[in-house]
Design a protein around this ligand. Structure first.
Ligand code: ADP
Ligand code: MG
Length: 286
């Protein structure tokens, strides 16, 4: 992704790899009370890997790969990678449908199949054993997707995305300033809480549909100014609504355009550095 020419950047911060679009943004940073983070690609590396398959491995991978071949989601990339290493022959799928914040569905050999989270399970049969295994995997901070065919879950795939090495220190620095830290994610609550605990985030808002992220930020704004840090297409509305939108430089173009600050080095500790810079600048003026 390329930062746009809109970027002016105050000289010093730009040298540090923190692009600040204008002075108003820098001033707003000074008043922030809550910092909200997207999970995937912001707190985590955004390179998920398949760790466990429950069910008939070949069958589960064959169906899921047929569906995910047409998806651009990071979870799809993890599943395609696993199918390739396992030497799976991926059948063609028809009537592909991406269901935002939930998963994908398609027709394979005349039957309807899906891969996705529990929001897709309405009217679908799942054994209690599978449900328990899903919960256990989620408690290990693994994202679980259900693989189903003809209204029945045939297996699970657990996918893990590890926190960035700097996430914990970045959160600790913000908390030391007395700021409230929050994770906002479309992923499952158990997974989100396990990752939040690992990096020390205060609060978790999970199972949020892409279209509801901005509304969640607005709710937090009732308690003071909010900074939102994110990288994805689905983060753009939240980046715009927040008092300070902070985009990761590795993020999608639309996220970078929506943010008032861009972290070129993709280092979450730069959120705290931007705060320090703002404090310095505005204490001098006052
Ligand atoms: P995030 O906040 O992590 O960016 P998304 O809104 O992109 O979340 O996705 C939320 C959840 O929807 C994922 O954790 C996953 O359970 C499900 N999901 C979305 N797209 C897919 C897909 N292509 N395959 C499987 N599951 C998916
Ligand atoms: Mg993300």
């Amino acid at each position: 992704a390329t930062p746009t020419a809109l970027m002016v950047g105050t000289g010093r911060s730009a040298k540090m790899g923190i692009l600040i679009k204008n002075g108003e943004v820098l001033e707003a940073v000074n008043d922030v009370q809550t910092v909200v983070f997207d999970k995937t690609g912001t707190i985590t590396n955004g390179q998920p890997v398949v760790t466990d398959i429950i069910g008939d491995d070949t069958q589960v991978l064959t169906i899921s790969a047929a569906l995910e071949a047409a998806s651009e989601h990071p979870l799809a990339a993890a599943i395609m990678q696993k199918a390739q290493t396992a030497g799976i022959k991926v059948p063609a799928a028809q009537e592909f449908q991406a269901i935002q914040g939930k998963g994908v569905s398609a027709a394979i050999n005349g039957s309807t199949a899906f891969v996705g989270n529990d929001k897709l399970l309405a009217g679908v049969t799942i054994t209690q054993a599978l449900q328990q295994q899903a919960a256990a995997l989620q408690a290990q901070a693994k994202t679980v997707v259900y693989v189903g065919e003809n209204q029945q879950v045939i297996g699970l795939i657990a996918i893990q995305d590890t926190p960035k090495a700097t996430s914990q220190a970045a959160i600790a620095a913000l908390k030391a300033r007395g700021l409230h830290t929050v994770m906002l994610t479309g992923d499952n609550r158990r997974v989100a809480e396990a990752i939040a605990a690992a990096v020390g985030i205060d609060a978790v808002i999970a199972d949020v549909l892409p279209e509801d992220k901005a509304a969640q930020v607005q709710k937090l704004q009732e308690n003071g100014k909010v900074a939102f840090v994110g990288d994805g297409i689905n983060d753009a509305p939240a980046l715009t609504v927040a008092d300070v939108g902070i985009a990761m430089g590795s993020g999608t173009d639309i996220a970078i355009e929506s943010g008032g600050i861009v972290l070129v080095k993709n280092d979450l500790r730069d959120v705290d550095r931007a705060l320090a810079l703002s404090k310095k600048t505005f204490n001098r003026i006052k």
